[in-house]
Design a binder for this molecule. Structure first.
Ligand code: GTP
Length: 237
């Protein structure tokens, strides 16, 4: 068995990544590729908790910016994460990976309720647990949900996989000279206002010394490299 750097991780996937080139919704090829990447890491024996965003379906923040009540739009965003969680469960089970979806908002007909001790038991039994519906509260992002769940399940690291390959000192799309950090402190991320996660999520990780590894989800094999401890993306610690 290849070496693994972590026994238990919380992998946060961007909902937007699921859309692929089409920009919204769920692209079947993309979700298949993501599931196959996650499956590779799982086969090494890493225990994986997953949180997925919902931005490919509905963005609560944008809707509230256009005048919708923030709490209502956040609840819609949480429901979007449940749709993504079920899609991801299906894709992972096609890879023969046992999974359980636990939702922070009760909807017993389609998902288990979130129960921390049960989630840990599932992980110990080699199941991937997908945490849906954020924290169940409006005004909290799925990044904050990921940080919270990571701490609750005693994950050693939170891996934030997005469409960007790490953290830069400025926007690499606008500034070609932008420099990527291999590693950066929580404080620097907060002080420089770098768009890694929202400040609630970063502060939570900082207070509990939970490292955050950010990397490009779209690059095949990156999840595997990350769990093997290869230097990819940017580590916030
Ligand atoms: P253990 O038996 O403890 O190893 O775990 P298990 O998840 O296999 O057992 P359980 O009997 O709790 O669950 C059997 C199946 O029903 C699993 O696919 C669960 O995800 C699912 N399940 C359990 N509770 C709920 C629920 O409240 N709602 C929904 N929709 N499914 C549930």
């Amino acid at each position: 068995m290849s070496k693994i750097a972590y026994k238990r991780i919380l992998l946060k996937l961007s909902g937007e990544a699921l859309a692929g080139q089409q920009g919204q919704g769920i692209n079947p090829q993309v979700i298949k590729q993501i599931a196959s990447d996650v499956a590779e890491a799982h086969r090494l024996g890493v225990q994986i908790g997953l949180v997925i965003g919902g931005g490919n379906i509905f963005r609560g923040v944008s809707a509230s910016a256009q005048g919708m009540d923030r709490a209502s739009s956040d609840y819609m965003g949480m429901l979007a994460t449940v749709i993504n969680a079920l899609a991801l469960q299906d894709a992972l089970e096609k890879e023969d990976i046992p999974t359980r979806v636990q939702s922070a908002i009760a909807m017993a007909e389609i998902a288990e309720p979130y129960i921390r001790r049960k989630a840990i038991r599932h992980l110990e039994k080699g199941r991937i647990v997908i945490f849906a519906a954020g924290t169940g509260n409006p005004f909290f992002t799925t990044d904050t949900a990921a940080s919270l769940r990571a701490m609750e399940i005693n994950a050693e690291v939170i891996m934030k996989a997005t469409k960007v390959d790490g953290i830069y000192d400025m926007d690499p799309k606008k500034h070609p000279e932008a420099k990527k950090f291999d590693s950066i402190s929580y404080m620097d991320v907060l002080n420089r206002g770098l768009q890694v996660m929202d400040s609630t999520a970063i502060s939570l990780c900082m207070d509990h010394k939970l490292p955050i590894l950010t990397f490009d989800l779209m690059k095949k094999g990156n999840v595997l490299k990350a769990v093997q401890g290869e230097t990819i993306g940017t580590l916030v610690q």
